[in-house]
Structures are given as structure tokens and as C-alpha cells.
Design a protein around this ligand. Structure first.
Ligand SMILES: [Zn+2]
Ligand SMILES: [Zn+2]
Length: 370
């Protein structure tokens, strides 16, 4: 094992000494307790499944770093976890997997990310590295994978830990509130766009227009696509047109022209036949969500024949994450965000459930303003 590197004196402030290894005798800067939210009893958001708690600041395990959270965006998956659509994998887990923060300490064997480094923490938290999927570059399908905010505590907190191999180094000069939604909404949207097989200059239908969709639309537009947005929210339709969509209609409306590709972001299975029927011959529909309500019966001739393809999107690989974050750094998307205090996490989720968030809700712990 290699010992942890001591913090370099040339690092930009705020430099916080490592809390472990040879420098552990320095005065503690990391508090012993922190504010966090945990899912107590998964159920409808109106039953308040999330509770605020005071818990010990976690210690990084082998290969992990401790990150002080600057911002954590709120993802629809957090809502699925809070409401029990996704079964809890451990009790009282802190949700949140779109985290921007600074490394404040590292395990002795975590030597790549030194304290002070700004990182992003995303959904994929670990993979086995040995299975057939990991070995062929499809680690998003690894049966042994674990996820931030599901298998381990996430970013609805002041601090969290992450394996350093699964943290993404981020630029230091972009506001955390604008970077956080890129960590899931952006990366998953990027993968969904790849999975939709959009031809160059093609016509893309986007069903549902929340955080991920509004970033994906910009990516597709930048690549020369014609984008049609279909969503039930009038405000979201306005945002779509403002971002450059060629049209914006109701969720189940037919787009003004046939689609080469479509992405379903809304967790509504009843839209699968609607989107398939809107496809041109040979078109592809990618379902971006981790959870979807039941799909009604499909009619072969109307929905699948003529080589229409229906695909799911399952998480992302680290290569997807790196590729997307590089693109987003070179051509920063317009990120529409609504900030909430960490103490308002339950209200942010209720607003998301009620379609009252335009763009992405982002939790900002109070220390992030320091
Ligand atoms: Zn997510
Ligand atoms: Zn694996």
C-alpha cells in the first residue's frame, strides 16, 4: 500500500487537512456530526418518507475519499427511492447522487485525489471489475454494481464518501449549482441519446421535459438535430422552445413530423406505444428512466413492424460520464436550476413530484455559501 500524500501547500484554499494517515494529529477541521436526510419509511411523498437527522460525518473506507458537499441536484430516482418504487437496499439511506464537492480527506490507500480537489459524485458507485460486462466495457450492466444513495449514503447531507475511482474531477470555476445536474441528468441523457441511435441531422422526439431532457435537448441541438418536445407541463414546453426545440406539444400529442429517434424521459409506460407510433420506419425509442409504469399492450404492426426498435437505458459507464463531462465543459449547456436549502430537501422532492420544478432542483448546504 502507498501512504496517503500529505496536502500540498500550493493548493488553493480552502485547504482542509486530511483526517487520516500521518496528518491525523492536526487540529480537526471536519466536524464530528452533520445534517443529513434519510429515507425512513418509503411511501407517497405526502407521507413524508424522508426525515432530517444529525449523524456522524462518515469516515472514508479503503480506496475512498471524504467529500464536503457544495451542491446536490435532485433526481427523479431519489423520488422513486423515497416513494418505494425502487426497493431500499439498506435501511435509513441518505439519497442523492448528483453531487459536487471538495475532497477533504482520503483513506491511506486513496492517493489519486488529494484534499482540495473538486469532484463530482454520480449514481454508479462501484463495479466488480471482473465480470463479463465489466471486462467488455459494459460496466453499467455489472450485476455486482452499487449505487450512490441506494447502496451507500448519498449527497442529501453535508458530507459523503466515494471510492476515488468513481469520482469525476471537475473544473473549479463553474458554480456548483450549475454543475450538479450534469452528474446524472446530463450523463444519463448523454447515454440515452447514444442509445436512441439518432442519425446526423435527424429528428428527435423527447417525451417529458425535466432536468435530464433539457440537457439532452441541448446536446442534440448542438449536433444539428431537429428536436420535438412532448410534455404535459406548459412551463416545460416554454423552456423547450426557448432552448431551440422546433415544436413543443402535449405528452400524448403526435409530433408535427415522423421521428427518426425518440427518448422517453417521463416514467409513464402508457407513452411507449405513443412514442413508437410516432417513429419513422427503422426508428428507435430509448427509455431513459430507471423506473417505468407498466407498458400497455403493443400492436405489432403499428408499434414495432418496419424495424422500429424499443430499448432501455441502464445507468452509465464511467467512460460515458467522462465523455459527457468533457463535452459539457467545452460547450457548457444552459442549465436551468432552482436552488433549495439542504433543510428543504423534502419540499424539493414534493415540488418535483408535483411538476413544479422548471429544470433541476439543487440542494445547497449552508456551508457551500461560505
Ligand atoms: Zn439520477
Ligand atoms: Zn462487473
Amino acid at each position: 500500500m502507498t501512504p496517503a500524500e500529505p496536502p500540498s501547500p500550493s493548493q488553493e484554499p480552502p485547504v482542509i487537512p486530511a483526517g487520516s494517515g500521518p496528518s491525523a494529529h492536526r487540529p480537526p477541521v471536519i466536524p464530528s456530526e452533520m445534517d443529513a436526510w434519510v429515507v425512513t419509511h418509503p411511501g407517497p411523498i405526502s407521507s413524508r418518507p424522508l426525515r432530517p437527522v444529525r449523524v456522524p460525518v462518515p469516515s472514508p473506507g479503503p480506496g475512498e475519499v471524504l467529500v464536503r458537499v457544495e451542491a446536490c441536484a435532485v433526481c427523479r430516482t431519489d423520488l422513486h427511492l423515497a416513494e418505494g418504487d425502487l426497493r431500499p437496499r439498506r435501511p435509513r439511506t441518505t439519497p442523492g447522487h448528483e453531487v459536487v464537492g471538495r475532497v477533504v480527506s482520503a483513506a491511506p490507500d486513496a492517493v489519486r485525489l488529494t484534499p482540495g480537489t473538486r469532484v463530482g459524485v454520480a449514481w454508479l458507485r462501484s463495479t466488480c471489475g471482473r465480470c463479463r460486462y465489466c471486462l467488455r466495457g459494459a460496466e453499467n450492466l455489472c450485476p455486482g454494481s452499487t449505487y450512490t444513495g441506494w447502496d451507500a449514503d448519498g449527497g442529501y447531507a453535508e458530507y459523503l464518501t466515494v471510492p476515488e475511482d468513481f469520482a469525476y474531477p471537475l473544473p473549479g470555476d463553474v458554480p456548483a449549482e450549475k454543475l450538479a445536474p450534469l452528474l446524472c441528468a446530463g450523463i444519463i441523457g448523454y447515454r440515452a441519446l447514444l442509445r436512441s441511435d439518432l442519425p446526423p441531422g435527424g429528428r428527435l422526439g423527447i417525451y417529458g421535459f425535466g432536468a435530464s431532457a433539457h440537457l439532452t435537448a441541448q446536446l442534440a441541438l448542438a449536433q444539428g438535430a431537429t428536436v420535438h418536445v412532448l410534455t404535459r407541463s406548459a412551463k416545460a414546453r416554454e423552456l423547450a422552445v426557448a432552448l431551440g426545440a422546433a415544436s413543443a406539444g402535449g405528452a400524448a400529442d403526435a409530433p408535427p413530423e415522423p421521428l427518426d429517434s425518440a427518448i422517453l424521459f417521463a416514467p409513464a409506460g402508457e407513452l411507449v406505444p405513443v412514442a413508437l407510433a410516432a417513429l419513422e420506419r427503422g426508428g428507435t425509442l430509448a427509455v431513459a428512466g430507471i423506473h417505468l409504469s407498466d407498458i400497455p399492450p403493443l400492436t405489432y404492426q403499428r408499434h414495432l413492424f418496419q424495424e422500429r426498435t424499443l430499448r432501455s437505458v441502464t445507468a452509465n459507464t464511467r467512460a460515458d460520464g467522462r465523455a459527457y463531462l468533457e463535452l459539457a465543459t467545452l460547450h457548457p449547456p444552459r442549465v436551468t436550476t432552482v436552488p433549495y436549502r439542504l433543510a428543504e430537501a423534502d419540499r424539493a422532492l414534493a415540488d418535483l413530484a408535483g411538476d413544479r420544478v422548471e429544470g433541476a432542483a439543487v440542494l445547497m448546504p449552508s456551508h457551500s455559501a461560505l
